[in-house]
Design a protein around this ligand. Sequence first.
Ligand SMILES: Cc1cc2nc3c(=O)[nH]c(=O)nc-3n(C[C@H](O)[C@H](O)[C@H](O)COP(=O)(O)O)c2cc1C
Length: 197
Amino acid sequence: MAKIAIVYHSGYGHTAVQAEAVRQGASAVAGADVTLIPVEDYEKNWDVLDAADAIIFGTPTYFASGSAQFKAFLDATAARWMEGRWANKVASGFTNSAGMSGDKLSTLQQINLFAMQHGMIWVGLGLPPGNHSSEGSPEDLNRLAGFIGAMSQANADVGPEVAPAGSDLRTAEYLGRRVSEAAARWVTGQSYETVSI
Ligand SMILES: Cc1cc2nc3c(=O)[nH]c(=O)nc-3n(C[C@H](O)[C@H](O)[C@H](O)COP(=O)(O)O)c2cc1C
């Protein structure tokens, strides 16, 4: 059974909706044990995070990076980095913002580099770009055409009961499922012995 932790921040609720979609996707994999952790609760959840086979990180994009609250959590993992405690866990990320681009890529790169510094195993979205041709539609999966993780967009003047919606939430669900499946494979193969070079 793979243990999946999803840790996220959401200032105004939109990224929380995206996180819930990631949770649903991750939970769809047989045997997955999924925990959703609002970043405000990270200190109560170190045990869950340390025991996870995969951690999926989510944050809104604020000024082209993760929010300050999310960054405080990243910085609080420094002791774990020192011990290499999160090395070889599966990792991925998602972000939501108001702009179609909105510099979301920068946020996902921030999460990716954080995971790389911890020695984690990154799983990207694995979907072709949607809404990408004259036959495409905003309802396509991955309509924002990201690759490194899941992106979603929410108009700045509507609440989380309205946005993000549709394709972006299905894309988030897809990411959750993909990471959960990758973690299940990773857990199964953990007895494999790497030959030293
Ligand atoms: C301080 C701040 C900075 C923001 N910077 C960006 C940005 O760089 N790009 C963007 O597209 N939207 C930006 N936004 C809009 C948010 O990303 C958007 O409202 C998002 O839905 C908020 O998610 P949340 O409800 O989970 O907090 C910013 C919002 C705030 C409050």
